[in-house]
Design a protein around this ligand. Structure first.
Ligand code: PEP
Ligand code: MG
Length: 565
């Protein structure tokens, strides 16, 4: 038996068999091909490269508004047309009997190594271009291949080096027991999605891959943060007992489905759900959520090779809005960047992506793409239960620009005669300190505020939410965060507007009382946590905790705050 420490990002016990998915395995068959298969691999190579070049040509044509993006795509095309690329891949297939995937992987890994070891900063940034081209090519080839998750059975616990948000969404439909990674952090988007699926997950389990074999019995202890490999009979029995108790508790929570989230002292709290992919709507409805407080639309822009059309977006938004009726759906416009990478928006290399072209900045730099999304939302709102929300607002100017764009979109839709409804509440996410400080002006220009605590903590405390090694600085109850929430709430309430919290802080039961005492009106949480948070609301006496509010607000450290709550 071996025990490895990790960081739990989603609580619970998982018992099953290890299924190792390493990054390369996602794309590559490692076995050597047979001599008679060489011709076939070479012809695949030719066809696949041609396909991707055509695809790039199409994208270049579409990017009429950004010369910079067109240049990047041109440079990607040149990588694929380079005779050296052609020769090397052909040799790897013909002489070394590599499969096409293997040959491509070898070529791009070698090229990336050469560039990253160069002292020249410009050239070392070209690694990103090589990785992008490799990703584009391999994901096209992968489509023809079996999905690595196809043969994953119910008993599996997926083990990998790290997991991207797009991969975790693929896991969504699979009936697996848990997830465990060697790297990663609790506040990343992958972890948020795993939590919403109620799937025990551990990150940062150092040394895991070197200590576990495919198919080995294992346990994730998502409560104390351990992976246990080949448990003894005694340990296994202990965890089976805890597992059964947890299942019983979960069943107990189901009794709360039809209970109203009203506090002990009689305040009704609007308790909504966050969703990252449309499939999550089933859980939203099952747990009787009061609508969707954050519909992250990034899934439409990551892990794909073409931009979603207005029509495609319209269908998805309309479908979710119809299913949620009469409750409302708050659609948040594109917020890629940071750990949510999109190869179709072609964000250029940035030294500090979290301080770079993220959130609303991407939309304001790609107006045609933004307009498509806004038009799709306006059209989907014919039933009138959609609200729109904008991420990473740093001040009132961005909001004013966004309002102008909505106006233009409405006019254009009138001209086309397509049905739409512009009578829609507009919200700003408060997740940057500048937005907190100017929340009085921001709230004047919109209908509601929603606090994104994940980023608010990151930016207030200058701590990268994805960097597990400094996670001890990531403190939701730091006095600066608490006071920021209070200031935002006070500014909104002064003008009679509501404030929600849609960051993960709302999904953590220990912070619920505090958020309600600070005056937050609505909570939007991972659907998998909704009933747990409802239980917390029902057991909460706001008046009681409010009596300690002055003390809480004058605390000097997060430890003092935690003690008081
Ligand atoms: C947040 O920052 O709290 C938030 C809800 O947005 P995201 O996690 O998608 O950045
Ligand atoms: Mg955010």
């Amino acid at each position: 038996m071996k025990k490895i420490k990790g960081n739990s990002v989603s609580a619970g016990i998982a018992i099953g068999k290890a299924k190792i998915i390493d990054k390369h395995e996602l794309y590559i068959e490692r076995k050597k091909i047979l001599k008679r298969e060489i011709e076939f691999e070479l012809s695949r190579f030719k066809e696949d490269v041609e396909f991707v070049i055509n695809e790039l040509d199409k994208l270049i044509q579409d990017y009429t508004y950004s010369q910079e993006n067109r240049d990047i795509l041109e440079s990607h095309k040149m990588i694929l047309q380079d005779p050296e690329f052609n020769n090397r891949i052909s040799k790897l297939i013909s002489n070394d009997q590599n499969s096409l995937e293997q040959a491509i992987n070898t070529y791009f890994t070698e090229a990336a190594d050469i560039f990253s070891n160069m002292n020249n900063k410009y050239l070392s940034h070209r690694v990103i271009d090589f990785e992008d081209v490799a990703y584009r090519l391999l994901s096209h080839i992968m489509d023809e291949r079996k999905d690595v998750l196809e043969n994953v059975d119910e008993n599996s616990i997926l083990i990998m080096e790290n997991i991207s948000p797009s991969f975790v969404t693929k896991v969504f439909d699979k009936n697996i027991q848990g997830l465990c990674t060697e790297r990663g952090s609790s506040n990343s988007h992958s972890s948020i999605i795993a939590r919403s699926m109620n799937l025990p997950m551990l990150v940062n389990a150092l040394g895991l891959l070197g200590n576990i074999k495919d198919g080995e019995d294992m346990i994730i202890d998502g409560n104390d943060g351990y992976v246990i490999i080949s448990p003894t009979k005694k340990v296994l029995e202990k965890y089976q007992t805890i597992y059964k108790e947890e299942q019983k508790d979960r069943k107990g929570l189901l009794k709360l489905i039809d209970v109203e989230p009203i506090t002990k002292d009689g305040k009704k709290i609007k308790l909504m759900s966050n969703i990252e992919i449309p499939q999550e709507i089933d859980q939203v409805l099952k747990y009787n959520s009061a609508g969707i407080g954050l519909f992250r639309t990034e899934f439409l822009f990551i892990d794909r090779d073409d931009l979603p059309t207005e029509e495609e977006q319209y269908e998805i938004y309309k479908d979710i809005a119809e299913q949620c009726k009469p409750n409302s759906v708050i659609i948040r416009t594109i917020d890629v960047g940071g750990d949510k990478l999109s190869n179709i928006l072609n964000i250029t290399y940035e030294e500090n992506p979290n301080l770079g072209c993220r959130g609303i900045r991407i939309s304001l730099q790609n107006i045609p793409i933004f307009k498509q999304q806004i038009k799709a939302i306006l059209r989907a709102n014919v039933q009138g239960n959609i609200k729109i929300m904008f991420p990473m607002i740093s001040g009132v100017n961005e909001l004013l620009k966004v309002k102008e764009i909505i106006e233009i979109c409405s006019k254009e839709l009138i001209n086309t005669g397509i049905a739409f409804n512009a009578d829609m509440e507009l919200g700003a996410m408060i997740e940057i300190p500048s937005a907190v400080i100017t929340s009085d002006s921001i709230v004047d220009e919109c209908d509601f505020l929603s606090i994104g605590t994940n980023d608010l903590i990151q930016y207030t405390l200058a701590v990268d939410r994805d960097n597990q090694s400094i996670s001890n600085y990531y403190k939701p109850t730091h006095p600066s965060v608490i006071r920021s929430i209070k200031l935002t709430v006070d500014n909104a309430h002064k003008v009679g507007k509501k404030v929600a919290v849609c960051g993960e802080m709302a999904s953590e039961k220990e912070y619920v009382k505090l958020l309600l005492a600070l005056g937050v009106d609505e909570l939007s949480v991972s659907p998998g946590r909704l009933l747990l948070i409802k239980k917390e609301i029902i057991n909460c006496n706001i008046t009681e905790i409010k009596s300690k509010l002055d003390k809480i607000l004058s605390c000097k450290t997060s430890k003092e705050v935690m003690k008081l709550i």
